[in-house]
Structures are given as C-alpha cells and as structure tokens.
Design a protein around this ligand. Sequence first.
Ligand code: NOJ
Length: 566
Amino acid sequence: MTDQWWKQAVVYQIYPRSFADADGDGVGDLRGIIGHLDYLAGLGVDVLWLSPIYPSPQDDNGYDISDYQNVEPLFGSLETFDELLAGVHERGLKLVMDLVVNHSSDEHPWFVESRSSIDNPKRDWYWWRPARAGMEPGTPGAEPTNWGSAFGGPAWEYDEKTGAYYLHLFSKKQPDLNWENPEVREAVYAMMRWWLDRGVDGFRMDVINMISKDPALPDGKLPTGRAYADGSASYIDGPRIHEFLHEMHGEVFQGRTSLLTVGEMPGVTVDEAIRYTDPVREEVDMVFQFDHVWADRGPDPWLLMPLQLTMLKAIFGRWQAGLAEVGWNSLYWNNHDQPRVVSRFGDDGAYRVESAKMLGTVLHLHRGTPYVYQGEELGMTNAPFRSIEDFRDIEALGQYADAVTKEGRSPEEVLTVLRANGRDNARTPMQWDASPQAGFTTGTPWLAVNPNHTEINAAAAVADPNSVYHHYRKLAELRHTEPAVVAGDFTMLLPNDERLYAFTRRLDRTELLVIGNFSAETVRAEIDDAAAWAAAELVLTNTAAPSDELTLGPWQAVVYRRVLSW
Ligand code: NOJ
C-alpha cells in the first residue's frame, strides 16, 4: 500500500475571489485567506484546495492563466503565498493548487509567440488549423470543425495574422495547449516541480481528461435546434491520456511522498476511472467525476429537471461498486461550477438547516474523499439573481447570448434555468457575518453578497452548536475516527425508494447504517433488521433521534453503528 493518507482526509475548496477580501478592492485575496485559517482548522478539514491564484486576465476568473509561476496581483504576491503556505502547514493542514494545463490564457507568452507567425518555434504548442476546405477563412461556418465551446459560440477562433484558427474548448481567451508536443509536456512538468519544491502538497487538475485529443479532429453530430455540435468524443479520455498522466507521474511525482493528485474529469466512465486511479498504473490518486451532478440535467440544457432520487442513487451505487476493489473517487455536491446543493437537492426554506446537514451526512458517509466547498458548511443557498446583468460568469453570459440570440429562446425561460443552475450561485461572497457586505469586503464586492447573510453566516454558525458548520465538523471527525467510514464496503439499500437514501458500510465487524430522508414527509425505512438497527448506537443525526425505530422526520439523517458478533 502506498501512502494513501488522503483516503481519511476531508478537502476544503477555496475560491479565492469570493472567500475574503483583506484590502477592500471587492475581490478576495491571499491575505484574506490567511485571516481565516483558524476557522478552517476549527472545521477539522485536512486539505485546502485553492482555485487558481496565478496571473490572469480573469476572463474565466483565473482559469485562464497568463503566468504559471507567479501570483495574480489582485490576490497578492509570491511572498504572501509563502506566508499562507507556512500558515497552512503550521496548522497541520495541506495545500493543493489548481493546475490548469488543458489550456492557457491567450495572453500567456507561449500563445503570444505561437500566434505571431506560422514558423514560430511555439506555433505547434497550440492547436492551429486552416479553414474548412472550400470555405472563405473567417466566415461563418468556415471553422475547422462544427464543435461548440463550453461557454457558447464555436470552439475555434480565427486569427487574421496568420489566416488560421486555434482551438479553444472553453473561452476564446483559453486556447488549448497541444500535449502531442513533448516540449509542452516538459514545460508543464517543470512548472509543477517548481511548485512542489516551494512546498505545495499536490494538484487538482482542471479538465485533465481532455488534454489528449484525436489529432484528426473530426466533426461532431449536430443536435437538432442547437447551433454547435459536441466534439467531446475526440477529447474526453483521448487516445494518449493514460500515457500522458503516467509520464507526468514519473516526471513530477516520483520519489515525492504525502501528496494528493485529483483529476477533474468530465464525462469519465467508471472503467476509465479505475485505470486513472489504480495505484499500480501511477497516474492520479483520485478522479473528480460528474455523473451525479448531471443527474438533474437532461439533453436540453434549457429544460429544468426535478431530481429523481432513484437515479441519483443508481449513479452513486454504480461508482461505489465500480471502485470497490481498485481506484478512488472524490465525493462532492458543490464546487465553484455547481449551484448550491441545499437549493438544488434540499430545501433552502423551512428545512434549510436540516436538509443541508442531511445532504452532508449522506455524501460524507460514502466511500471516497469528501470535498467541502466554501459556504457549504454554512448551508449557503443559491442567490436571488434578478436579471442577466446580475450575473458575472462567462459561461452564463455566453450561454444566454447563444440561447436568446442564436436559438431564439425567451430571455425569461433562459433566466429561469440560469437562476437554478448558474455557476455564479456558488461564487457569491462567503458570508462571514451579518454586517452589510457579510464581512467579505469593506469595498464593493465583485459579485453581490446574498441578502440572506444576515441570517446565514459563519459567526452565527460557529456560535451555534446545532449549526450546519458543527455538523460538518462532526462529519470530518467521524471520518478521522471511524475506519469503516474510510475503508468499509458499501451496500445500497432501498434502491427504488424516491424519498429515502439508505446504505450500509462494513469493515470487519463494524457496520454503519446511513439513512437520509430527501423529503419533507415522515417516512419509515422498511429495511431488514430495522428493530435491531434502531437499538444500535446512534452515532450522528441532524434532528432528534427517530421516535419509532427507523421512522425519519422531514429531511432527517441518521448514522447508526453496530458491532457484529461473528
Ligand atoms: C473546469 C473549471 O472547474 C471551470 O471553472 C473552468 O471554467 C473550466 N474547467 C475551464 O478551465
């Protein structure tokens, strides 16, 4: 067994822009994070993952990097970073950096060189292609493929200087790096070693299963009514992906210990995830997959779908079974790309506190490494966006433009979906206290603070022993103290129940029973052995103990433990 400390760890994600602003410019910064390290240590998490803090034009809030080896002045400096890292380590925590190397910024010197002429030595560091055969370069439809970009519009940008197009799966300010070129790979590995030598404890790798593309770049199938096709068959888990990640492991991680590597992998299958995370193959420690957060998304992005609990359970069940013997998964409800889970799968009204705790309990008791996204531990909710002017996210703005102007949808229809699903829901400033800007900034925040901060905030939550915060603290503590949470087998119960999420975990003689009520009704759990379980030790609940054996109140969660005699 290699050094797999991260199986017992809880990761906390910080989105620096929205966490804490120490200098009053309305944007969070490193000094702001330093000021809250004791809060994070108090929550009992083990690892902090920082969303990108590198110099960036901020087209996609830092996921467009123009210098991989420095700190964005908005956030601080390398000196402040070193201070932050020391503060993290002093508290016994670890710090994981975001690694965004599927693409750079178009303002990165590599791309500036690449676009300067067709014979520049860095020309081949990005994906350049001529216009579609027989078409006039730069005219609509002349793009080399029919792929859409994630943020609306085509995935290709015409560059007049050299009369060619470059590929950008995300914004046109995020050109895709060409990993086929060994010089690109060497430059990335050298940069990663530089951060590890500085003391960081690993990397969260942004869309890392997209770095290997089929060099033929074929057209995708165009869905009816949509402006662009999905090209992902050519770049998700592409032809050389395992080779690249194994090479990275050898070049960067070999001989270093106690690190964490997690690959963000949209569209990854269970079988591929096993390959990515089988320790023998030396690629990454764990995947960060998306199937469960796509459970309430259908083929039409502009149609809101209610959650079907049975479908969510089937997805989790499939992943738990698939990685039972080999491989490791991340567990998350929230991150900076997802709406707030209490608004999405819980009840952000009358049962906000109960449902936030229930959702945390169910998630953290699975097998895998749990991730807490800033504010999730407070039960922060989606934001009340009024019009498109209230949004800042490039994805929301781009999708709105495509849907309204190119696809002829009504603005209100599109807004309804963005209000529910938009990424800015996760990015409203962290709610520290009840003061006018929630204690986030003394200036004007870059994205409006949620008005409910007067009630939902860290100061109130830390002071209240029954808060969501203290429940999340107990969840981290349980993972640290109960080996069955980390290593127990997983068995799904009641797969056809639309209200209860129930499962057991078993390690040697210890067995845990976890049940979460995803409804506001009182529901009895019809499981085998109910009477015996009801008499077992109640390790954790979010309300009073169930009154009648396993009858759960609205949004209740229970964790029971028993020790079996052989
Ligand atoms: C995934 C990141 O989580 C998201 O925020 C970003 O927009 C894209 N990758 C592009 O880097």
